[in-house]
Design a protein. Sequence first.
Length: 175
Amino acid sequence: MGRQERERKVHRPLRRAGLEVVPDPDAAAASAVPFVTGHGPEDFVGGFSHAYKTPRLIERLNEDWYELAVSAGLFDHRREFLVRLPQGTRTHRDAIHRVNFGGAAPWVWTRVRLLERWDVMGRGAQSAFLGVYAGHPGFSMLALDGSVYISASTGEVGIDVYAVRVPVGRAGQMF
């Protein structure tokens, strides 16, 4: 896939959601960082859950995600962080389908900057790169220094978002 195709199919939808992809000189190293597969209760920083029937669901999800991201320390001073995206131009929806029905798509960490106007849980999830539909997010985010991991998942009755501290070098966690 070429640079123009990735710009059109991935970067533009993310920009509409308020996430600007930042060229990262350390992209190869960031792409090698695995996602958090386990954590203990002592690592839990915070989180929230909302049922699908929650009034103003997307607005509430966005407000609570931002508050959690700020309090947990996801953003650096430029409001940059890493988001885990399917490699190439596959959407989150397609990647999940491939995992469930064979042929799992590789994922890569991509450096992004949160813009002034953003809608991670609405337009971001609707883009199918940060979820499956608006109000149905599914994503993993990581602080640039690897200290905080935030995950959002869409369940049977609602959405769950949690943050954990990720001590660098701790067995079973990051590296």
